[in-house]
Write a protein that binds this ligand. Structure first.
Ligand SMILES: Cc1cc2nc3c(=O)[nH]c(=O)nc-3n(C[C@H](O)[C@H](O)[C@H](O)COP(=O)(O)OP(=O)(O)OC[C@H]3O[C@@H](n4cnc5c(N)ncnc54)[C@H](O)[C@@H]3O)c2cc1C
Length: 371
């Protein structure tokens, strides 16, 4: 008879890898499944993997992002310092309007920062007419190295999962069995009816360049440019909402390179690798962490929920999700995995900001969504 795992995690991107690592450290028997036999093939492979705080006017999403940022920096420094380069990240206003906003943002910077004048930027090889914020704690991960290190000692299987079946308190995923399943499949959300979470993809690309250019700090100004790390500079961004990644794949770096050329001397860059990938976001941009609601049961049992009736939510037993990490998978994943593990193992309540339940009744009320 096949082994029964405590948990099967489906999807080996940064979400699945952090989830598996966290559960394994709590003594759980974990199997990681992905359609690829290689760790981190999805958005997590393409990611520049910058780990930097969010700036703004103190929105709830900024607060949550920066909680996750502090957690991630501590986590990477303590456990995976080899794959985290604390280069600092300087945030530069996009344009004159954005520059005015930076004046307001500084009052809401809940992460330590330094004012960084445009002259100082110039001294560091960065062209800008505006001053920026330097976040010295921020940095860049080696996305593939990190994901591999997270799951070094964890059982893995290569399988395209088309369906998951629950029978007699066990989940069956192909020939594998477990008491619990966690979905960490990124923008691909077709295993179950989870339309209420509004998962959508945003397409992006990244180029890695060999260069002797002296850029000691990483930069973010609508695109991200890494510090020169051992002769390599990474440039990446994700801005294109699209269902079909390949449509945009013709010249994936053109727009990036134009933007980069205003910031650094791009003539000194020699392209070595191109990565393209899709990141997944939720309807309200907050992560999706927790149990999964049985949509079919709810609609059949309580048809009035489409008219605004509030009914108790029925969850699918022992099924969880960690998704919707947006453009900050490497910032959010460690804290979100910790929260979900605490929920699964210690029955701790999920923070309402990230619990996908928040989206369900609203989605039901929008009758057009429901076929
Ligand atoms: C170009 C680019 C630049 C980015 N830059 C940054 C950055 O600087 N900083 C940052 O923090 N984030 C960045 N991101 C975002 C980050 O990459 C994502 O938030 C993160 O990768 C999401 O991880 P994930 O594990 O949820 O999804 P993914 O990495 O997409 O992993 C999902 C996995 O699930 C597997 N899968 C899906 N369906 C199935 C199935 N049915 N059966 C089996 N396996 C399945 C896929 O093969 C894949 O491996 C960037 C993204 C892109 C594309």
């Amino acid at each position: 008879m096949n082994k029964i795992y405590d948990v099967i995690v489906i999807g080996m991107g940064v979400a699945g890898c952090n989830m598996a690592y966290n559960l394994k450290n709590r003594g759980q028997n974990v199997l990681l499944i992905d359609k690829s036999s290689v760790v981190a093939t999805g958005g997590s492979r393409a990611a520049g993997a910058f780990v930097s705080p969010k700036i703004g006017k103190g929105s709830p999403l900024q607060t949550l992002t920066n909680e996750a940022f502090s957690f991630a920096v501590d986590f990477y420094k303590k456990n995976f310092s080899e794959y985290f380069n604390q280069t600092g990240v300087v945030r530069i206003p996009k344009d004159i309007e954005d520059n005015k906003k930076f004046d307001i943002y500084k009052d809401f910077n809940d992460t330590p920062y330094k004012h960084f004048s445009h002259n100082k930027l110039k001294d560091n090889g960065i062209n800008s007419e505006y001053d920026g914020f330097l976040f010295e704690n921020a940095g860049v991960c080696d996305s593939i190295g990190l994901c591999n290190a997270l799951v070094k000692n964890i059982d893995k299987a290569s399988l395209t999962v088309n369906n998951i079946i629950q029978k007699d308190n066990l989940w069956y995923v192909g020939k594998y069995m477990a008491k619990k399943v966690i979905l960490t499949t990124g923008y691909e959300d077709n295993l179950l009816d989870i339309r209420y979470m509004g998962i959508h993809g945003t397409w992006g690309s990244r180029g890695d360049f060999e260069s002797s250019l002296k850029i000691p700090i990483s930069i973010h100004k609508s695109i991200s440019i890494s510090a020169n790390l051992n002769g390599i500079i990474k440039i990446g961004a994700t801005h294109n909402k699209a269902k079909d990644p390949c449509l945009l794949c013709k010249n994936p770096l053109d727009e990036l390179m134009e933007k980069a050329s205003y910031l650094i001397d791009t003539k000194k860059l020699h392209l070595t690798k191109i990565f393209c990938g899709m990141r997944s976001g939720s309807k309200d941009y907050f992560p999706l962490v927790g149990s999964v609601i049985d949509t079919k049961y709810m609609l059949k049992t309580y048809p009035k929920i489409t008219k605004g009736a509030k009914e108790p939510l029925k969850k699918i037993d022992n099924l969880y999700i960690l998704n919707g990490l947006g453009g900050r998978g490497f910032v959010f994943a460690p804290l979100m995995a910790d929260i979900l593990s605490n929920h699964i193992i210690n029955n701790q309540e999920i923070d309402s900001r990230i619990n996908p339940d928040r989206l369900f009744l609203k989605w039901c009320r929008k009758k057009n969504n429901i076929s």
